[in-house]
Design a protein around this ligand. Structure first.
Ligand code: MLC
Ligand code: AMP
Length: 505
């Protein structure tokens, strides 16, 4: 049933834009782009995409380095009423094949160094249009914009139309597409701007990648929705962050960013003088990091909790007590509950599954209606797979995960996916992939491998073989070779026993 109303994420951002001449972002080379640039350049991209004859809702898959032009591409895709499908730049060709095929992409935009290989792949998969866009903003996409009009009418999408398709892996090892609607993204960013007190006076230090929810919808979204500015770094590097902090007011990052900053003696109170807020998320922030950060800088990190499927669900307060080891309380408009195995809400203090409901929650998994149905309760709450408790004041603490997943430096790795790759290698009988604690990444991926009887396998060779097939962050940083895996009476591998055994290895 088509919706009577229309809502487009870009139009919502646009309604909050300040004076067009105001600075939107400054690159690491000191080049400044204004809100007028964002409006004009995204219009040209929207026009160029629409001229391809695409249908509303077609997927535009994007695997490019972070650049202002990559941001215009995101905005232009949304303006054209197409679906933005961001891809981690670390993905290998093998991984891309799966994503492009599953998404049924109409367009791929990639780095020119990969264009030849990916054009062949796209021809085989039926992805009709391949453009390049390099880190310096050049490429066939930019060439295509010559002479294209710099004004356009943004598509009148319905609130429930998909704006973005973002993949996350799963316990079966097969990544699944998460459909985020215009409504989902507008509702969440509107709340965050308000809760975190963003105004036109802010300048966000943006070091995150822009192919995930955190760097794209949360970080850039808060800037666009408050008419503020951002200092744009290509990636996280301590020296560059130290140089940018005195010119910024807010920083968002994964816990690894804060741990790495604390590892540098030059990171002190004076460097943070201009800052009003540090926000952490995507992985658990250790209480030690929170405490050390406060001692060193006088700032308490504001920790929040979210997921690709839901956007942000809880947050520590802007004003009020930020509690170490908690992710704060439910955001306005988000219902949060802790349930037992029968979806019955538990009392304060009890540990159970965290379930959430609200306009922020995604519309479903792409082409997986059964999986979608299984992940929602009868009364419409989404099962996050995170184990949590909530105290009497409403502060939520994430205490574990019922899903078998490792979070390394803010990136999720599903053991099943890595185990399948290892098990397919010659000489391997079976494997178990686990997360081990790590001071830098929070957790690192480790593999415990059993060779076929009579054969010898080598840990470093396994790592090299995996490196050909999977993004580097998924490749186990440690490999242990054993004769057999510990199993319980049901024959299930006891991963906790492995974690305990190799914790300090
Ligand atoms: C890179 N590597 C990683 C890694 N990142 N390995 C494990 N975990 C990671 N996160 C690989 C590199 O490719 C390299 O492999 C080796 O590890 C050493 O890398 P490095 O130089 O230390 O890594 P670096 O480039 O500095 O990157 C680390 C990082 C980065 C933490 C800065 O991963 C990062 O920016 N993470 C943020 C991810 C993020 O945005 N998450 C949000 C998801 S959204 P080799 O083989 O070349 O040696 C979400 C929802 C929510 O979760 O709630 O926000
Ligand atoms: P993603 O699939 O990348 O969106 O990752 C979402 C998962 O990251 C959640 O289900 C949590 O397990 C985890 N996560 C995000 N923020 C936090 C946090 N502040 N503390 C603990 N875990 C978090």
């Amino acid at each position: 049933m088509p919706s009577a109303s229309s809502l487009n994420l870009y139009t919502t951002y646009r309604s909050r834009f300040p004076d067009p001449a105001r600075c939107l972002l400054t690159t690491p080379d000191g080049i400044a782009y204004t809100y007028a640039d964002a409006e004009r350049e995204s219009a040209r991209i929207a026009n160029a995409l629409m001229a391809l004859g695409l249908a509303r809702g077609d997927r535009v898959s994007v695997q490019v380095d972070k650049s202002p032009q990559a941001l215009w591409l995101f905005l232009g895709t949304i303006r054209a009423g197409l679906v933005f499908h961001p891809l981690n730049t670390a993905y290998t060709e093998k991984e891309l094949r799966y994503f492009l095929q599953d998404a049924g992409s109409a367009v791929l935009v990639c780095d020119s160094r990969r264009a030849d290989a990916l054009s062949t792949l796209c021809a085989a998969l039926g992805t009709s249009h391949v453009f390049t866009l390099d880190a310096d903003g050049t490429g066939s996409l930019t060439e295509r914009l010559a002479g294209v009009s710099a004004t356009c009418v943004t598509a009148a999408t319905a609130p429930e139309d998909t704006a973005a398709l973002v993949y996350s892996s799963g316990t079966t090892g097969k990544p699944k597409g998460i459909m985020l609607s215009h409504d989902n993204l507008v509702a969440n960013v509107t709340t965050l701007v308000d809760q975190w007190g963003f105004t036109g006076k802010d300048c966000l230090l943006h070091a995150l990648p822009i192919f995930h929810v955190h760097g794209l919808f949360v970080a850039i979204g808060c800037v666009l929705m408050s008419g503020s500015a951002m200092r744009w770094l290509r990636g996280f590097a301590v020296d560059a962050v130290l140089a940018a902090l005195p010119h910024s007011t807010v920083m968002m990052g994964v816990p690894t960013y804060y741990a790495r900053l604390l590892g540098n003696p030059a990171f002190d109170k004076a460097v943070c003088d201009h800052m009003r807020l540090f926000i952490s998320g995507s992985a658990p922030l250790l209480a030690e990091t929170f405490v050390e950060f406060e001692q060193r800088t006088g700032h308490t990190i504001l920790e929040r909790y979210g997921m690709t499927e839901t956007g942000m669900n809880t947050s520590n307060p802007l004003h009020g007590e930020r509690r170490a080891g908690t992710v704060g309380s439910a955001l306005p408009g988000v219902a949060v509950r802790i349930c037992d195995g029968q979806d019955r809400p538990l009392p304060a203090g009890a540990v159970g599954e965290l379930q959430v409901k609200g306009i922020n929650v995604f519309t479903g998994y792409w082409k997986l209606p059964e999986k979608t149905a299984a992940d929602f309760t009868e009364d419409g709450f989404f099962r996050t797979g995170d184990q949590a408790s909530r105290d009497a004041d409403g502060y939520v603490a994430i205490v574990g995960r019922s899903k078998d997943m490792v979070i390394s430096g803010g990136l999720n790795v599903y053991p099943r996916e890595v185990e399948q790759l290892i098990d397919a290698l010659p000489g391997v009988r079976e494997s178990a992939v686990i997360g081990l604690p790590d001071a830098d990444f929070g957790e690192i991926v480790a593999a415990v491998v059993v060779p076929v009887v009579g054969q010898v396998v080598d840990g470093e060779r396994i790592r090299l073989a995996l490196r050909q097939q999977a993004a580097a962050f998924k490749v186990p940083k440690k490999v242990f070779i054993v004769d057999e895996l510990p199993r319980n009476a049901m024959g299930k591998v006891q991963k906790q026993a492995l974690r305990d055994a190799y914790r300090s290895a």
